[in-house]
Design a protein around this ligand. Sequence first.
Ligand code: NAP
Length: 266
Amino acid sequence: MKYALLDRGDRLSRQLCEQFHTLAKDKGFTADDNSPDVVISIGGDGTLLQAFHRFKHRVEEVSFIGIHTGHLGFYADWKKDEIADLLELMKTTEPRKIQYPLLRVEIQTHSSSAVYIALNEFSLKSEDGSTFVAGIHINDEPFETFRGDGIVISTPSGSTGYNKSLGGAVIHPSLEALQITEMASINNRVYRTLGSPVILPKHHHCDITPDPEDELAIGIDHLVLEMSGVRSIVCKVAEEKVSFARYRPYPFWNRVREAFIGSGKS
Ligand code: NAP
């Protein structure tokens, strides 16, 4: 098996990386940063986002595994003291491939068009923090004119990230959908938005038309791009999916409970 390893860069993650390489060599695995079968991240969910973006050009070929250096995460669901167990399972067991939907974002400016893929979400704000204004269309029909701090469009697995902080719903990643959440919309007699999160199925799309004069801060997961001259943004569920290699069950709702509710025992 060929694997690539990416760590958060802190001392513990780097130590665990060394440990992984040593144990993996004993098992006959080969480190390969160019064409790995499996990509392992050591750090947190944020590190897995980085690993995803490093290898998204091979998203149809690779499976991801996340090792968390702290608490268990949503993508990083192995603990730091379980590396030997994980490698033994990688050697002896065929994993289940769990696939999660991704978000496709196409951004058109006066002079260019670019496509981005997000694992968690896409966010849109004014670059200088001023009020952001944009027209929102759903399936080519005008829906609302948004005025406020910004907009987040998330995947189901990203629904527990930025989206949840904005009051969005938590969506099970087996549902192929995207969710639009507002950041502090201005609602008065003049400006009106729906005011609640909207969930679109795979065959729908959402278009955002900001003022092309505006300087925008565009977030794609952990990445931030500054852009001007944006004429339109088309968001839809991507055709491709991300795969995670699962060697043991860790149901999504258990992860949600562990992260946000706890065991309930005092
Ligand atoms: P960060 O600001 O250093 O950390 C953001 C936190 O979000 C970390 O605790 C991270 O977990 C956690 N996280 C990442 N993906 C998640 C998911 N799908 N469900 C639940 N929690 C998740 O940034 P980062 O580590 O580079 O991660 C970027 C992500 O941060 C963005 O994609 C966005 O979802 C989130 N974010 C949230 C807010 C907010 O809630 N107000 C604002 C900006 C960005 P780990 O500690 O395990 O890495």
